[in-house]
Design a protein around this ligand. Structure first.
Ligand code: PEP
Length: 247
């Protein structure tokens, strides 16, 4: 199974921060981990000049290929630049930009069709968790955001409990285990036994200290990291943690 560490810089990063990408690129030149950094769109072009042994991803894309969509970026444009990954349906986009499962499904489709490694984010709110609705919400998000006829070879699923994003809170390892196993079962139900190869990432307040325990959980094949991906000093220990985890 591939192991993936993806960093989501969100709306952070100026030209001077390209140095962090350079450091990661140099430090992990020989790593077998799939390291992905998703800086803001403004840095992608410059980042692609220096990211030699790591991948670059986009934090969003438009569901159409081109046209009169002011301010938007298409999958074609990203591919043109040599970008290999995308993040679709992050909770911040679902909340702040009213992205529905239906829109997320359209974005996933075009992203996969354009051969981008596509990280789809799913996860419950704090209230849904308190109401014991986590599995129900996750199942619904999977069913509604993934068409049954997609080519899932480049699909990556990130479980990101919304209450854990940027809060310093993380679920117990047993909870992560239960939910990742559930996602695995649902993906196999949807797509057949080959879906057991779809990498499952955990996301939400991952750091160098909690990463080793998270990566020991079965069916956790990596992490989607926000805050701790912004600096080499915080991101590198997470990559080392997964390098040191038995397969
Ligand atoms: C995220 O936004 O995808 C995320 C996981 O953020 P953080 O690591 O900061 O919780």
């Amino acid at each position: 199974m591939r192991k993936i560490i993806a960093g989501n810089w969100k709306m952070n990063g100026k030209l001077e921060n390209l140095l962090e990408i350079k450091k990661i690129s140099n430090e992990f030149a020989l790593s077998e981990i799939e390291i992905v950094i998703c800086p803001p769109f403004t840095l992608l072009s410059a980042a692609s000049e220096i990211a030699k042994n790591i991948y670059l991803g986009a934090q969003n894309l438009h569901p159409e290929s081109e046209g009169a969509f002011t301010g938007e970026i298409s999958a074609d444009m990203l591919v043109d630049l040599g970008i290999t990954h995308s993040i679709i349906g992050h909770s911040e986009r679902r909340t702040e930009h009213n992205e529905t499962n239906e829109l997320v499904a359209r974005k996933v489709n075009i992203s996969l069709n354009k051969k981008l490694q596509t990280i789809i984010c799913i996860g419950e709110t704090e209230l849904q968790r308190k109401e014991n609705r986590t599995l129900e919400i996750i199942e619904q998000q999977l069913l509604d955001s993934l068409a049954s006829n997609i080519t899932f070879e480049k699909l990556i699923v990130a479980y990101e409990p919304i209450w854990a994003i940027g809060t310093g809170l993380i679920p117990e390892a047993s909870e992560i285990s239960k939910i990742h196993n559930f996602i695995r079962v649902k993906l196999v139900e949807l797509f057949g036994s080959n879906a057991s190869n779809i990498p499952l990432l955990y996301g939400g307040s991952v750091n160098g200290s909690n990463a080793p325990e998270i990566f020991r959980v079965a069916n956790v094949n990596g992490a989607l990291v926000g805050g701790a991906s912004l600096s080499f000093e915080k991101f590198a220990p997470i990559i080392r943690a997964i390098e040191n985890t038995d397969p």
